[in-house]
Write a protein that binds this ligand. Structure first.
Ligand code: ADP
Ligand code: MG
Ligand code: ZN
Length: 499
């Protein structure tokens, strides 16, 4: 589908309207078992192998809440500065969807486990923005529909398959209060919020927060309010925006689209919209249901969750150092400027660098690998840094091999590319490909002699004192040894041979 919507110029949108946003983030918890049954939650298993009567909605099957999931939900609530409800009831949210076999989803409605919190996020220029949290509640995920024989969308498919492995996986949905007053920074605030939330959830170790695998999913609500209007405009909800960059793009697109509609005297329809990764546009989905449509009622098969305050306080004690506090501490340790630090954070490198340092690498080297060579690789492979198929530990190993003099930087880059291509562990790749630096002077000497013999005029120049001319010979020797020689040592040998 291509974007046919009229778009208003962004600056004109800002001049005429105030954007209002609301972010809904679903996070799949990393529990071993599902929310209300003992089925496994591992990602990528054979379809319909992680199911049972409870998550398939068989008559008479009874759910039991997963204590670990409740613990994670409480920790998330506490980390978001929320109040924890002493007694919260699950509710049935009734709707038909083929990938939801019960015909209702167990969620929380008027008694979310956590409510009224906030998250302070840091914008690109270092200023803080407080995003207020409305609620964080527990629910269960749906299964997955796979539309076959077409483009993958339901339209044009010849049949659909259902995989219920994901049905019943624990989710926490985190909903913000309306974000008002961000003006032209609205798209940036939206991205910064989801980034901070992702980092926080990761530090809490409650989820693997992989946007690409759907374990962190973001819906962006956007509306525009005319400058003189006293009330919010009608919002749209753009679903499943699957990368941090896309959050920013989607909000900006909706602002420009809605601006054009309102400017021409049209009305915004309250609807869900789909984000198109390919061109950054959104397209109309379904008209939005209201809460009444779902006929929520208290789930009769589950007792209320009543965490006692001693347990809540105990969980508060397990909260990790917040990612941004940790960053401030690390910044002081490394002695780098605010600006450098911010750049590292913005390119998504900071946690990777910290982890690489924790795995034994020097901060300088860890930094330089992630922001230059690995950043280029991420760019050309069109993934985020954190999506590269290399772990900080593997990067630290490669850096270690360079430090020991076993690899030159060039060779190390070859090893890293091989790791990224899925060829295995760095040491193994070095061994398999015989990539280690040639330390054997006699082998090098032979290559040096050959290169000199092949270039008698250059050899003569070097002999007559034109030391710069050695560069060409060093280059030839490096080529002959497939980059496996230490160039400094080669140069010494060339000069010695010409004395
Ligand atoms: P729904 O169930 O319809 O998705 P939620 O309450 O779960 O509703 O989420 C709605 C989100 O949209 C919240 O983050 C809320 O703060 C935000 N929101 C509410 N009204 C507006 C509006 N007019 N414009 C933008 N965002 C809004
Ligand atoms: Mg919602
Ligand atoms: Zn089950």
């Amino acid at each position: 589908m291509t974007a046919t919507a009229e778009l208003m110029d962004y600056d004109d949108v800002i001049a005429a309207f105030d954007p209002v946003m609301g972010m809904e983030v679903h996070v799949e918890l990393g529990t071993v078992t599902k929310m209300f049954c003992g089925c496994a939650t591992a990602f990528g298993a054979e379809p319909n192998t992680q199911v049972c009567p409870v998550c398939l909605g068989f008559p008479g099957a009874l759910p039991v809440a997963n204590a670990k999931a409740i613990e994670s939900a409480i920790r998330i609530g506490l980390a978001l500065n929320c109040s924890i409800r002493p007694s919260s009831q699950f509710a049935r949210k009734n709707y038909f969807y083929p990938d939801q076999p019960k015909n209702y989803q167990i969620s929380q409605y008027d008694e979310p486990i956590a409510f009224d919190g906030y998250l302070d996020v840091v914008l690109d220029d270092g200023t803080e923005w407080r995003v207020e949290i409305e609620r964080a509640h527990m629910e269960e995920d749906t299964g997955k529909s796979l539309h076959m024989g077409g483009s993958g969308r339901i339209h044009g498919a010849s049949y659909s398959l259902l995989d219920y492995n994901r049905a019943g996986v624990p989710l926490v949905e985190i909903v913000t209060k309306p974000i008002v007053g961000a003006g032209e920074r609205a798209p940036e605030v939206a991205r910064a919020y989801v980034t901070a939330l992702r980092d926080l959830l990761k530090a809490l170790d409650v989820s693997d927060v992989r946007m690409d695998q759907g374990s962190l999913r973001c819906d962006a609500n956007v509306s525009l309010m005319a400058k003189d209007a006293g009330e919010f405009g009608t919002r749209t909800e753009t679903k499943n925006v699957n990368s941090l960059k896309s959050v920013e793009v989607a909000v900006r697109y909706e602002m420009c689209r809605q601006g054009a509609v309102l400017q021409s005297g049209g009305e915004i329809i309250q609807e869900t919209r789909h984000f198109q990764e390919a061109d950054g546009s959104t397209s109309a989905g379904r008209r939005k249901e209201t809460a009444e449509d779902y006929r929520y009622f208290p789930e009769p098969d589950l007792v209320p969750v009543q965490p006692d305050s001693a347990w809540v306080e105990e969980l508060r004690g397990t909260l990790p150092e917040l990612p941004w506090v940790r960053r401030a501490r690390i910044q002081a340790e490394w002695g780098v400027s605010d600006e450098v630090m911010r750049d590292l954070v913005n390119v998504g490198a900071i946690d990777l660098i910290i982890a690489t340092v924790d795995a034994g690498a020097k901060p300088e080297a860890a930094r330089s690998w992630w922001v230059s060579f690995l950043a280029q690789q991420a760019n050309s492979r069109e993934v985020e840094l954190s999506g590269l198929a290399i772990t900080p530990r593997q990067v630290a190993t490669v850096i270690g091999l360079v430090d020991e003099g076993k690899l030159t930087n060039k060779l190390a880059q070859q090893v890293v590319v091989a790791v990224l291509d899925g060829e295995g562990e760095p040491e193994q790749i070095v061994a398999d490909r015989g990539l280690e630096v040639v330390r054997d002077d006699s082998a090098l000497q032979k290559a040096v002699d050959e290169a000199l013999a092949a270039n008698p005029d250059i050899a003569e120049k070097i002999r007559s004192g034109k030391v710069q001319a050695a560069g060409k010979i060093v280059g030839d020797v490096m080529k002959a040894t497939r980059g496996q020689a230490d160039p400094a040592r080669v140069k010494e040998l060339v000069l010695a041979a010409c004395e």
